[in-house]
Design a protein around this ligand. Structure first.
Ligand code: G
Ligand code: G
Ligand code: MN
Ligand code: NA
Length: 252
């Protein structure tokens, strides 16, 4: 069983790792961003994916030091990948802290990372509790140059209202839409509508969970801007990102 005390040790010790999944421009063979995804290197249980400990981190409050660690590490790693954005997932619990914007600003200063290359991935959970406070925090992050993406788009309750009200740059279409796309024509209609809605609102539209050539072609034809998924690249350690980027540079 995974326990909070062990997770605390992992955060303060050397027990967490970040993997990065490349995000590609839809209309050309180019990596444009990297999504940071945390893993826990457990002494007995091996590499543990975040869906097995993020909820525990949220319940125990450890999501705050964990989130700071993730942001600091991502900014430090990404300094050596010029021209690429780095996307970091933010828990609603982090975002609701009164000093969240200051924390982000402090880590950006400490690491010397260019704020315009940072993208924070928020979910609707961030804005449901106190919309006024969320709106204000988002405006202050935007004023620093930080980019804001609405993650898991389409799975929440009032996405359309949120898009109009809040200062997002990007929506990420939840991968559940693509999973079911082959099975029913309705999912394809929904994806089509989301891409057009996002584009009409001037947002960058990213599709997650792209696993087949058919999905890739469909999304390209719709005008989706960015694609992320196992077809194109899996999450990998930072050293593998170095190798991938250098191999692509040499391939021209
Ligand atoms: O890497 P994987 O596909 O297993 O990620 C599963 C889930 O964990 C995703 O919903 C992702 O957003 C979340 N996640 C990954 N890394 C982080 C992180 O650093 N912080 C938070 N809050 N969630 C994360
Ligand atoms: O909730 P969030 O969007 O942050 O989740 C990202 C998660 O999606 C990561 O755990 C990542 O490993 C996973 N993921 C990325 N691409 C694919 C894909 O093509 N198929 C599936 N099933 N999962 C994917
Ligand atoms: Mn995400
Ligand atoms: Na998502």
């Amino acid at each position: 069983k995974l326990v909070a005390d062990d997770l605390r040790d992992a955060i303060t010790g050397d027990g967490l790792e970040l993997h990065y999944q490349p995000i590609f421009a839809a209309d050309r063979d180019e990596v444009v961003a990297l999504e940071a995804l945390v893993r826990w290197r457990h002494p007995e249980k091996g590499l543990i994916p975040p869906d097995r400990f993020v909820a525990m981190a949220e319940q125990s409050g450890l999501i705050l030091p964990l989130g700071d660690w993730v942001l600091r590490r991502a900014c430090n790693d990404a300094r050596r990948w010029p021209g690429l954005r780095v996307a970091v997932n933010v828990s609603p619990i982090q975002f609701r802290q009164r000093d969240y914007v200051e924390t982000v600003g402090r880590i950006l200063e400490e690491t010397g990372f260019d704020p315009t290359r940072l993208e924070l991935e928020l979910t609707e959970g961030v804005v449901v509790e106190d919309a006024d406070a969320a709106e204000a925090a988002m405006m202050r992050l935007r004023a620093k140059g930080v980019n804001l993406a609405l993650d898991d788009f389409g799975t929440g309750y009032s996405s359309l209202i949120y898009l109009r009200r809040f200062a997002f740059d990007k929506i990420k279409i939840d991968r559940s839409f693509l999973e079911s796309m082959e099975a029913t024509g309705e999912s394809a209609i929904l994806v089509h509508s989301i891409v057009h809605l996002g584009r009409a609102l001037g947002l960058t539209v990213t599709a997650e969970g792209v696993e087949t050539r058919e999905q890739q072609r469909f999304l390209q034809a719709l005008g989706c801007h960015q694609l992320q998924g196992y077809l194109l690249a899996r999450p990998m350690p930072a050293s593998d990102i170095d190798a991938l980027l250098s191999a692509r540079r040499h391939a021209g």
